[in-house]
Design a protein around this ligand. Structure first.
Ligand SMILES: NC(=O)c1ccc[n+]([C@@H]2O[C@H](COP(=O)([O-])OP(=O)(O)OC[C@H]3O[C@@H](n4cnc5c(N)ncnc54)[C@H](O)[C@@H]3O)[C@@H](O)[C@H]2O)c1
Length: 438
């Protein structure tokens, strides 16, 4: 093992190792590009033929990503994509970035990890490295992935290497390659090889004692966010009753510079991580007869925010002798966060449903989301309208749900009859009582 381990590390250092990325989504595609840009030959594997074909044409399917490096990499032959999992046998390192959603019963849905491991298992060969990156409950790499990959007879930590390294991508802001990477291995050798691989694409690798420790680290990071966002959302509701601007308070508190970290209130939690990942731990904790009360409470508060902002809209219309029923509402921004095109778990979808149920006529504008189709939990079919004079002045209320940079908020404040601002996007733009922070 020692000799083979050295050879693999040397291959990685010389960029002769062939790297595979399974799951070419929000995490896997930028990671494939990062490995390609670092000089590796990269094979992306996915079950989605449209993604594979798009990469084949050198075309990027995410609006928030710069497509130029992708086409360069494909053209130079450094990056290719395939549906054929038997090609995994040619790979030295395989990184798995498949989805980890919740089931309808809000329990971890391990289907994608299990199916991926099953598809890879027949092609596992000696001295390969497998790394799971999908966010998941502590123990997944050892309890779920390891036995499946070992089903062909080779043993993890002995014949091949296995590690876990959580993705810390912050879509629309930090490039994942600028963030240190936590890595946990099944054995010291597994850890060393996985660290060598990631050291080629990130500025700093943080080794931890086990795959479980690495899995738990990611959950702590996301739970920390979920709990702090819930705290500030609860304070927002209290501040509103007390006629205090919560954004002013957060900004003032942030000047302390230590012992405080600002979190922004909003219309609810969105994205594939923060609303979902904490419940992976809640589920696992039951095995240890523990209840994760902070997580449950944060979930409760954050889940009520879409209803809260709709209620505030109704109250603001009421104050102008208008009803929500029949009102024309223009929603500004439907992606779950600023400057991304990702709709997953976006609170805007819930807000639109609640508005529609209440009888409002809803339109939306989002420069990054031209269309909303049916999603897991929402059956919407809408297209973005242009943000022109007519859209702004004909709306009884304009609700800012996502504060994309590419929107002229001064114009929104000038032209809209009523603005419900859930993101403080109109800060400093005036508007008097036509602007309601919610
Ligand atoms: N999106 C983020 O910002 C982010 C950040 C940190 C961590 N994560 C975690 O990373 C993981 C991946 O998330 P994502 O946002 O990239 O998901 P995604 O849905 O954008 O992409 C997943 C990809 O996996 C593919 N896939 C599904 N089943 C497959 C299979 N059996 N074999 C091969 N490919 C398969 C899908 O076709 C898709 O292309 C999740 O665990 C998520 O929690 C995501």
């Amino acid at each position: 093992m020692r000799q083979e381990k050295r050879e693999l590390i040397d291959k990685v250092a010389a960029r002769r190792a062939k790297v595979g990325v399974v799951g070419l989504g929000y995490v896997g595609l930028p990671l494939s590009m990062a490995f390609g840009e670092a000089g590796f030959s990269v094979l992306g594997l996915d079950i989605d033929a449209r993604k594979v074909e798009s990469i084949g044409r050198g075309e990027c399917y995410f609006r928030h990503l710069d497509g130029a490096p992708l086409s360069r990499l494909v053209e130079s032959g450094r990056l290719e994509a395939s549906l054929d999992f038997s090609r995994a046998a040619q790979l030295d390192c395989v990184v798995i970035c498949v989805p980890t959603p919740l089931t309808r019963q809000r329990e971890p849905d391990m289907r994608f990890i299990v199916e991926t491991a099953q598809a890879l298992a027949p092609h596992v060969r000696r001295d390969q490295l497998f790394v799971l990156e999908s966010t998941t409950w502590p123990g997944t790499t050892e309890e779920v992935v390891k036995p499946i990959l070992e089903s062909g007879g080779l043993r993890a930590g002995v014949d091949f290497h296995l590690a876990f390294s959580p993705e810390r991508e912050d879509p629309g802001s930090h490039a994942s390659t600028a963030v240190p990477k936590v890595v946990g291995g099944l054995s010291p050798d597994c850890l060393e090889i996985a660290c060598a691989l990631y050291a080629s694409v990130v500025p700093r690798v943080v080794p931890v004692s086990s795959t479980r420790a690495a899995e738990m680290t990611k959950l702590l990071e996301n739970i920390f966010r979920a709990v702090n966002i819930a705290l500030v959302n609860e304070l927002k509701m209290l501040c509103e009753r007390m006629s205090i601007d919560v954004w002013e308070i957060v900004a003032a508190a942030a000047t302390k510079g230590f012992g405080f970290m600002p979190f922004e209130p909003g219309p609810g939690l969105g994205g594939h991580c923060i609303p979902i990942d904490p419940f992976y731990l809640t589920w696992k904790a039951r095995e240890f007869e523990m209840q994760t009360r902070f997580i449950e409470l944060a979930g409760e508060i954050n889940a009520q925010m879409p209803r809260y902002v709709v209620q505030r809209t109704q109250d603001a219309l009421n104050a102008r002798s208008q009803s929500l029923k029949g009102a024309q509402i223009l929603v500004l921004g439907v992606a779950y966060k600023r400057d991304v095109d990702d709709l997953r778990e976006s609170p805007a979808l819930k807000v639109i449903e609640l508005l529609t149920e209440a009888g409002a006529r809803v339109r939306y504008h989002d420069p990054l989301v031209p269309q909303i189709g049916a999603l897991r939990r929402h059956q919407l079919d809408m297209a973005s309208v242009p943000l022109d004079d007519d859209a702004l002045s004909s709306a009884d209320a304009v609700m800012i749900l996502t504060d994309h940079s590419d929107v002229d908020y001064a114009r929104v404040v000038r032209q809209a009859r009523l603005v419900i601002d859930t993101r403080n996007a109109t800060h400093g733009l005036g508007g008097g009582d036509r602007v309601v922070k919610a």
